[in-house]
Design a protein around this ligand. Sequence first.
Ligand code: FES
Ligand code: FES
Length: 178
Amino acid sequence: MPLIVNGTSVPLPEDPRVSLLDLLRETLHLTGTKKGCNQGACGACTVLVGDERILSCLALAVQFDGQEITTIEGIGTLAELHPLQQAFVEHDGFQCGYCTPGQICSAIAMVAEARAGVPSHVSEDLSLDNFPLSHDELRERMSGNLCRCGAHNGIIAAIQATYAVEQQQESGIVEAAE
Ligand code: FES
Ligand code: FES
């Protein structure tokens, strides 16, 4: 079966040793996904498999036979940015931008994890089924995505602006804007 990348069927590579990252960048020319360390330490290569975030440098493309992969090219367009992309612009969430595609893919899945009741290392009450996106939770949950420019404060601010207020509105802590 093929891979589905951003909604398009893509044949599996003949060489089973090809990483998902190299398939995306070298074969499909989807260069939004970045190669930083190529050894699982920086998060620049983060993409989504279904709703989950993975490091594409550590994954073989053939592992994802028949599965749906979303890269940054499938998340928003210049004409229509995803709300999180817009928030990165408004909150200075990047400088060189090299880590940004990975940060955005990671944050989208991270929010889904918190909302599904997956605790982090700093979660105090493990019984929650929807973890609040506090500053400390976001710092911890995004700690696998490094930013060499030091834009971490802007990145956390952008994620909070996009999702934490929304989460508070859902739980009735703050009222939804008209
Ligand atoms: Fe994959 Fe750094 S390039 S984690
Ligand atoms: Fe430059 Fe993050 S914006 S590495």
